[in-house]
Write a new protein. Structure first.
Length: 266
């Protein structure tokens, strides 16, 4: 090796996209356990973690804006045209679906845990009607705290928000403005189940045993639409990548490595 030359990192690149009201740190356990095998690129989505709120496009915010920001961030981590595996949870899962379509030639595999791609459900679907009632409650809430309570309790069970420490309640309340934009982007996304059929890379669609009807329905429809997809149920609910990280991460690594995983106790 000549002076100044560095060895190239040959670990496969894995891009990680988090859920709403979260940050790249939600993947810390996965990255710590598997860093010797994979080069993880965990990104903060707009308005979360250290990523700026998209105030300049708020009125017309869409998944296209989110994905453009992800693509720009990836350019700093990956060589031009470099392929990568893609994993997303919840809002990050819906973002991953759009990113995979835009960068189809580069995505080696796709794994999503309960993607909130509600645009894939027809307006007549009862599951979509249910989540639209939740969105309405958030939009009509009299305060940021009330809106955060409606959001957190939907995904984690009634009373979950009030059990949180005051500093966590305040943090989640401060992120309500971006949550509203996330829902705006999701319901405004034009992609359909038919559009998902171009995603013919190896795929895994996951959901928790206690998943709410809305994301369980999306996951089932998506798993049927993707031409090369497997599906997997883990213990826990929508936030299983955090509350049951060991189970979810084991399934993800099994998918990435084609190694079998023990049956979950669900």
């Amino acid at each position: 090796m000549t002076q100044g030359e560095t060895s190239r990192d040959t670990r496969p690149a894995v891009v990680l996209l988090h859920s709403s009201m979260s940050s790249r740190s939600q993947w810390a356990a996965l990255m710590a356990a598997q860093e010797s095998r994979f080069r993880f690129i965990a990104l903060d989505l707009l308005g979360y973690g250290k990523s700026a709120f998209p105030s300049e496009v708020a009125d017309e915010f869409s998944l296209a804006h989110e994905v453009d920001a992800v693509a720009a961030a990836l350019a700093a981590h990956l060589d031009s045209g470099e392929p990568f595996h893609l994993i997303g949870h919840s809002y990050g899962g819906a973002t991953a679906l759009r990113l995979a379509r835009q960068m189809r030639s580069r995505v080696l595999s796709l794994a999503v845990f309960e993607p909130v791609a509600f645009h894939l459900l027809s307006p007549q679907d009862a599951a979509r009607a249910g989540i639209e009632r939740v969105i309405s409650a958030i939009d009509m809430a009299p305060s940021q705290h009330a809106a955060a309570r409606a959001f957190i309790d939907y995904w984690n069970g009634a009373g979950a928000f009030d059990k949180l420490a005051p500093q966590l309640q305040q943090r989640f309340a401060s992120q309500v403005a971006k949550v509203r934009l996330d829902f705006q982007a999701l319901l405004g996304e034009p992609a359909t189940l038919e559009d998902m059929r171009v995603l013919d890379m190896p795929s895994l669609v996951m959901w928790g045993a206690d998943a709410p009807a809305s994301t369980r329905r999306v996951a089932e429809c998506l798993a049927a639409a993707l031409p090369n997809a497997g599906s997997c149920q883990t213990p826990g609910g929508h936030m299983a990548p955090l509350t049951h990280a060991e189970d979810v991460n084991a399934a993800l690594i099994s998918f990435l490595t084609d190694e079998p995983v023990s049956t979950f106790g669900v």
